[in-house]
Design a protein around this ligand. Structure first.
Ligand code: ADP
Ligand code: MG
Length: 686
């Protein structure tokens, strides 16, 4: 048995240079190489005779070279190299452009396989820039289905094929089976060696299907079991806190400047039921942008404090944390609650004081960014943990926060509507509440798609609105100009707008590279209306709430995901004014056009995210890595929904029998899960 964790440099043909290139595509160990699956395949099993070839057809032929390579200058800078070839049915020639090396490698009398496209021209049968393999050598790519890998600069398909072949040759047998025998039997899976061998070099499409099924199945199974192991940790039948008192919440609700929507009331009831019971609450609140999630969170926090517990609200950005802080103060301080803020911008002295007060129980609610999960943050009696815009945090961060109390209730909030398939696997461990109603009186945001030529008109339109008292966001994809990316930067736009298009207005700039204090000041001034036009990057994407802003102009819209555009659009339409979202699209591609049309047609976040998922695929849509989950190499949450269902059945069987996967027969699988999830799960489920 060989150790698959060994460096890939032990494989034949991998020198220091190739090692570097391989690292670029995340291949470090032999196992990484083994699990670097082909992106597609080419069927080269069928061999053609020269006489039977057709123009433009891609084929493989087996031929003799009957004369030496001919070099011909066509014009300046273009030479062609012609290799005369024949088989028992006819003659042809292989054509290479500007390829003097051909003279060194192709010799009269050689026998080779060629694979490429046929061109019938000048009365000849030509095969243009074919790939080739000498028959005397190692000939396994001809007469077979060959894998096609994603490449990086410096590596060819041939390199990758040789790599896979050499790995399989030496290490193929070392891959041990980690799926339990029963699992394999119940689901009629092939074993791991068969799967790995045939995913790279399948002997037939049928075999490939069998191998692929097994690998997709195992990947989803590991993901699902990993998540459920984490859930067990959350919910391992320990008793949660019983929050009894809630009468005073009615007073708080009565004091609000608005009445809650029916959806908000329903979700609050669901939360109340959880909090009252001794089950540990683990609930996801999903609600489109502007549906009013913050207030729901604040009421739940109040309930926690009423019952003698502290609460925490974590947000992904400082801007958002501060905004929540303002809302919380306004709403809860009149009821005697003590609220503290912890974020990067809080000065050290002040921070130390807050930490002390928090530990002593003199602060009831702490609001902040990631700063809250630091080790030095201690609570006296933590009862409720809320994370806002959950999609920005990982499973792990959620759990670190929970571990700062004894079985606190957990609420997570997100505005990114998650398509059902994805919710199933990502949030399978959460109960879900949905706020499916916007507060009354909101006018539907009007969305317009435009190109560069309309820029002047757009700014003119914006100016009119500013004159009647409204404010404007302008969003750019980059912070500063880049040589490599052809897109607008916030800095460039800011100057352009301030000095040119909107020079009579007060214009502000906001981006993630600014100092916290500068960001705060700019945001404050925008909130107060001192800044009329805010040029920004996507730092305003989540949660920012300035109801007087009624126009958002998004530059290079084609560079954003639909779900992200929807989030950005949600910055307007938060007050009583008719709002507009203008999408500047610089791309002429049909796909881009289709995406923009979806944005024009609907304001429904769920429809948008389903479409986004469909058009972009899940990897990009919802970077799994962001969630602290293992990367999917072969499974596709969109395509493989049926396998996922099968997997969930299997996972249930396994965990019903062995809740923590501690039995000997499941130990290899559990190790594999731990390996795939990395430290995340190790901390969580051991
Ligand atoms: P999101 O769900 O996007 O986080 P917020 O909680 O920021 O939305 O709420 C958006 C705006 O709607 C805020 O200004 C908030 O005060 C207001 N709001 C929330 N609930 C209601 C309601 N029931 N009626 C009217 N306005 C509301
Ligand atoms: Mg919000």
């Amino acid at each position: 048995m060989h150790d698959l964790k060994e460096s890939i440099q032990f494989i034949k043909g991998v020198g220091p240079k190739r090692l570097k290139y391989l690292e670029k595509i995340d291949i470090y160990s032999i196992e990484d190489g083994l699990y670097f699956f082909p992106k597609s395949y080419e069927d080269r099993r069928e061999m053609k005779n020269i006489a039977d070839t057709k123009d433009n057809e891609k084929i493989t032929i087996k031929v003799n070279i009957y004369e030496s390579v001919q070099e011909k200058s066509i014009r300046k800078g273009l030479k062609i190299y012609k290799i005369p070839i024949k088989d028992h049915t006819g003659v042809a020639c292989a054509i290479f452009y500007n390829a003097p090396f051909t003279k060194d490698i192709f010799k009269e009398g050689d026998r080779i396989y060629l694979h490429g496209k046929i061109k019938k021209a000048f009365g000849e049968v030509q095969i243009i820039h074919p790939s080739y393999e000498f028959i005397e050598g190692n000939t396994t790519t001809v007469n077979s289905i060959i894998p096609i890998y994603n490449l990086t600069h410096g590596l060819t398909q041939k390199d990758m094929i040789n790599l896979s072949r050499n790995i399989l040759h030496v290490y193929g047998e070392s891959m041990y089976e980690y799926l339990p025998a029963d699992t394999i039997k119940r689901n009629r899976l092939c074993d791991i060696q068969y799967a790995l061998g045939n995913i790279h070099f399948p002997s037939s499409p049928k075999v490939l299907k069998i191998a692929k099924y097994r690998l997709v199945f195992e990947e989803l199974l590991i993901l699902q079991l990993g998540l459920w192991l984490i859930k067990n940790k959350f919910n391992n039948n320990q008793k949660g806190i019983v929050f009894q008192k809630q009468k005073e919440c009615k007073e708080l609700i009565a004091a609000l400047p608005f009445t809650l929507t029916n959806a908000q009331i329903r979700v609050l009831q669901e939360i109340e039921t959880d909090m009252k019971s001794e089950k540990i609450m683990n609930r996801l609140v999903q609600g489109d942008v502007g549906s009013g999630k913050t207030i729901v969170a604040l009421i739940a926090l109040y309930k926690s404090v009423l019952n003698g517990y502290q609460g925490v609200l974590m947000a992904p950005t400082e801007i958002l944390a501060e905004q929540h802080m303002d809302s919380a103060k306004e709403l809860l301080e009149p009821f005697g609650l003590r609220i503290g803020l912890l974020s990067g911008s809080v000065p050290k002295r002040k921070k130390e004081e807050i930490l002390k007060q928090l530990e002593a129980g003199h602060i009831d609610i702490i609001i902040g960014t990631h700063a809250i999960i630091q080790e030095n943050v201690h609570f006296k009696k933590l009862g409720l943990v809320i994370t806002d815009e959950q999609h920005r945090f990982g499973v792990r961060q959620r759990s670190i926060l929970s571990n700062k109390g004894t079985n606190p209730d957990v609420l997570v909030m997100t505005a990114t509507p998650i398509p059902r398939t994805l919710a199933l696997i990502l949030y399978g461990d959460l109960d879900v509440s949905i706020i499916d109603e916007l507060p009354p009186g909101r006018k539907k945001i009007k969305t317009h798609v435009a190109d560069e030529t309309k820029r002047k008109n757009i700014y003119h339109f914006a100016k009119k609105r500013i004159e009647s008292g409204r404010q404007v966001y302008i969003v750019a994809p980059l912070v500063e100009d880049s040589e490599h990316i052809d897109a607008k930067s916030a800095q460039e736009l800011y100057l352009e707008i301030k000095e040119n298009y909107l020079k009579d207005c007060s214009v502000g700039l906001l981006h993630g590279k600014m100092k916290s204090s500068e960001k705060d000041e700019t945001m404050d001034r925008f909130k107060k209306g001192e800044i009329q036009v805010l040029v920004s990057t996507t730092v305003i994407e989540v949660g920012v709430n300035v109801p007087n802003a009624s126009i958002i102009i998004i530059e290079n819209s084609e560079r954003f995901g639909l779900a992200q555009l929807h989030q950005l659009r949600g910055r307007v339409g938060r007050g009583q004014y008719q709002s507009h979202c203008i999408l500047l699209n610089y791309s002429k591609s049909p796909l881009s056009k289709e995406r923009m049309e979806i944005m024009e047609e609907t304001n429904n976040g769920f429809i948008i995210s389903e479409k986004d998922l469909e058009l972009r695929g899940p990897g990009e849509f919802f970077g799994t890595r962001q969630h602290g989950l293992p990367e999917l190499r072969i499974a596709n949450l969109f395509k493989h929904i049926n396998i996922l269902k099968q997997v969930q059945k299997e996972a249930e069987i396994l965990m019903n029998e062995d809740k923590t996967l501690s039995l000997e027969k499941n130990s290899a699988l559990k190790n594999r899960i731990i390996h795939q999830f990395g430290t995340n799960i190790q901390e969580l489920c051991l």
